[in-house]
Design a protein around this ligand. Structure first.
Ligand SMILES: O=C(O)CCC(=O)C(=O)O
Length: 311
C-alpha cells in the first residue's frame, strides 16, 4: 500500500530538490500549482490548451529542407525519411566492430568490478553512462545528438542508458508511460545492437506508424488514482491494454534483425518491445533515452517528477 501513497513519494522528493528543480519554471509557465516535490501526471494537464499539448511532429518536407539534413550521407538521409510516417529511423553500422568490442569489454569490466549490476530479473543494467566515458561518449556523440535535435526540432539531453546482455523479452509498450513529458512527445530513444541478432535471440520489435496513435496514459486503462493514492492497476494491465489496441487496430509488427553496430531511433510514442527468445541466449544491446529541453519530465505510472542529476 505504501508504494501507492503519493505523500510518501512527495516526502522522498522533498530531499531531492537539486534533481527536481528542472520542472519548476515549466510549472510556472503552464500555471500549474505544483512544487518541485509534488506528484505530477497527465491528469494535471487536462485543462490546458489542447492545441499545445503535443510537440509538433516534423514533416518529411520540413526534414528535407533543413540545412543539417543536406549535410548527412545519402544513406542516412534515406533512413531518416521513415521518421515522419513510421516513427523510427534505422542507421546501419553506426558503430564499427572495434567500437562495439570496446563497449562489450567495458560492460564486462564494470560487471566484474561490481560497478554495475543487472536489475529487473537480471536483464537491465541501468545508467552505465554515468560511470563509463566509453558509453557516455556514444550517447553524447555529436552527430547522433544533432540528428535527434533535427527529428525533435529541439535539443535533447541524455537521461538514461540501459545495457542488456540477455534479451529483454519485454511486452509491447510505449516509452511515454515510463518517461512522460508535457507537452507530449518530448522524449526519444536510441537502440544499438552490440552483437548480430537472430530470431532466436529475442530481437527488438516495433509497430511502424503507431506513434501517431493517441498516447495511452493512466486514464486510458483506468489507472487514475486520486489525490492521495496512485491507481490500482498493474503494469500487466497496461501491457494487456496495449496488446488489445494492437489487435483492434490490426497494427503490423516489424522485427529488427540487427547486425552489430546498427542503430534504431524510436519516437516517444512508438510501440515496441522484445520478441520471445530461446533460453540462455544473449542479445547484447544498449539503449539511450533522451528528454527534449524545456518539457516537463515525469513518470506517468508512479506520477513522480523525473530525477535529473545536474551536470
Ligand atoms: O531492447 C528491448 O527489447 C526493448 C527495450 C525497451 O523497450 C526500452 O528500453 O524502452
Amino acid at each position: 500500500m505504501i508504494r501507492r501513497l503519493k505523500p510518501a513519494y512527495a516526502l522522498y522528493n522533498f530531499f531531492k530538490k537539486s534533481e527536481l528543480e528542472h520542472n519548476v519554471s515549466l510549472y510556472e509557465k503552464y500555471k500549474l500549482n505544483k512544487k518541485y516535490y509534488s506528484s505530477i501526471s497527465s491528469a494535471d494537464f487536462e485543462h490546458l490548451d489542447k492545441g499545445q499539448s503535443h510537440l509538433k511532429d516534423l514533416t518529411t518536407e520540413e526534414l528535407k529542407s533543413s540545412p543539417y539534413f543536406s549535410k548527412l550521407s545519402n544513406e542516412y538521409q534515406d533512413a531518416m525519411l521513415d521518421w515522419s510516417d513510421n516513427g523510427y529511423v534505422v542507421l546501419r553500422d553506426f558503430l564499427n566492430a572495434e567500437q562495439v568490442q570496446q563497449v562489450n569489454d567495458e560492460v564486462e569490466r564494470l560487471l566484474v568490478n561490481k560497478e554495475i549490476e543487472a536489475k529487473y530479473g537480471g536483464t537491465k543494467i541501468m545508467f552505465s553512462f554515468r560511470i563509463s566515458d566509453i558509453i557516455k561518449n556514444i550517447g553524447e556523440d555529436e552527430q547522433l545528438k544533432n540528428i535527434l535535435h533535427l527529428l525533435l526540432n529541439r535539443k535533447v539531453d541524455l537521461f538514461q542508458s540501459i545495457n542488456f546482455i540477455p534479451p529483454s523479452r519485454q511486452r509491447t509498450h510505449s516509452d511515454s508511460i515510463h518517461m512522460s513529458t508535457y507537452p507530449y512527445g518530448g522524449m526519444v530513444a536510441v537502440w544499438i545492437a552490440l552483437e548480430d541478432v537472430t530470431v532466436d535471440q529475442g530481437p527488438l520489435h516495433y509497430y511502424p506508424g503507431s506513434h501517431k496513435l493517441p498516447y495511452v496514459m493512466n486514464k486510458d486503462y483506468n489507472n487514475h488514482g486520486n489525490a492521495l493514492t496512485l491507481g490500482k492497476k498493474t503494469y500487466k494491465d497496461y501491457e494487456d491494454h496495449i496488446a488489445k489496441l494492437i489487435e483492434e487496430k490490426q497494427l503490423e509488427k516489424k522485427v529488427f534483425l540487427a547486425k552489430k553496430g546498427d542503430l534504431l531511433i524510436w519516437h516517444a510514442n512508438l510501440l515496441h518491445g522484445g520478441e520471445p527468445a530461446e533460453p540462455n541466449v544473449t542479445r547484447k544491446s544498449l539503449v539511450f533515452h533522451y528528454y527534449a529541453k524545456d518539457v516537463i519530465c515525469y513518470h506517468e505510472v508512479t506520477q513522480r517528477p523525473t530525477l535529473k542529476p545536474k551536470n
